[in-house]
Design a protein around this ligand. Sequence first.
Ligand SMILES: [Zn+2]
Length: 64
Amino acid sequence: MKEDLMELLCCPLCKGELKLQVGKKSKEEIITGTLTCKECSATYPIEDAIPNLLPPDEREPAKG
Ligand SMILES: [Zn+2]
């Protein structure tokens, strides 16, 4: 994801502001990292340059 995208992203749970922690970065894009909500402390991973903003409940495959 481009770092500019941060301005558009917010926490899907509480609409709070997200804090970016960069793991791996290319010239223009963040490849891996973590987004942490400043309001509710939920964390969202960035993998393969794609931020995964699914709420934690919905991230794991549903079982029974
Ligand atoms: Zn939040």
